[in-house]
Design a protein around this ligand. Sequence first.
Ligand SMILES: C[S@@+](CC[C@H](N)C(=O)[O-])C[C@H]1O[C@@H](n2cnc3c(N)ncnc32)[C@H](O)[C@@H]1O
Length: 271
Amino acid sequence: MAHEPGRPTQALDPPAAAEAPTPTRHERALQAIAENPAWYHSIELAPGVVTPGRVDMRAAAERVLPPDLSGRRALDIGTFDGFWAFEMERRGAEVVAIDVERLDDAEWPPRNRERLLDEVDRHQLELGRGFRLAANLLGSGVERRICSVYDLRPEAIGGSVDFAFMGALLLHLRDPVRALESVRASLRPGGELRSMEPFALDLTLRSPRAPAARFQPLETPFNWWLPNIAALRAWPRAAGFGRPRLLRVLKPPSVRQMRQPYAVLDCPRDP
Ligand SMILES: C[S@@+](CC[C@H](N)C(=O)[O-])C[C@H]1O[C@@H](n2cnc3c(N)ncnc32)[C@H](O)[C@@H]1O
């Protein structure tokens, strides 16, 4: 239809489709938090919006990781919601993160399996959901691969890495030394593993030099070992690493059941 002089043009155009306003980053972060019923890590998804994690490693990160990882390829082992992977990425690393596919692919002690499976169903726990939501909000390029620590090889993670981080994993493994052997195999010569593992304070004080670990499947749902610091040093050495260096001891804020001291060690791949 021709435009009649004197009539406003808008009157001739079809009405503009009503567009929903684009959610702000703050709103998207709140939505992501609501979409995951159980967060393991506290992660700041937008300024002032933090996931309700069971453990808050935010203050620990700068005391655990090197400030600059640029130009390095890094691996996060047992990434869960991805806090450590995102922190390594923020420090400039190209990061690959691994985890098992489902929570029950972890090595739960057989006597506790059924009870734990019920809990996973009841709370609708799904490994990887928190990671995906957080990675999306943070615009992260971390590559998450399904791979057990026992199967770590350079081919399984797109090539070897310069730096590996492993947090709170050895206590959940039946065979920590075999796992560490695989971690070592995924590192380049000259590479290093930074580990941050819970330890038994009383066993460390009583036995500062001799490796010892408390065997825990009968007293906890999914822990195999609570080692002293001497064992945390001895396990990587037994797996072929050079001499581990204790960097510090930390007690990050967490829910009451998980409040415990962690030892941070630097384990060079080579002697
Ligand atoms: C206690 S959470 C620790 C999360 C994180 N690494 C940290 O330090 O905050 C243990 C993580 O290790 C993963 N995991 C358990 N067994 C594993 C295995 N055999 N290989 C790789 N990851 C495993 C779990 O699925 C979970 O993501």
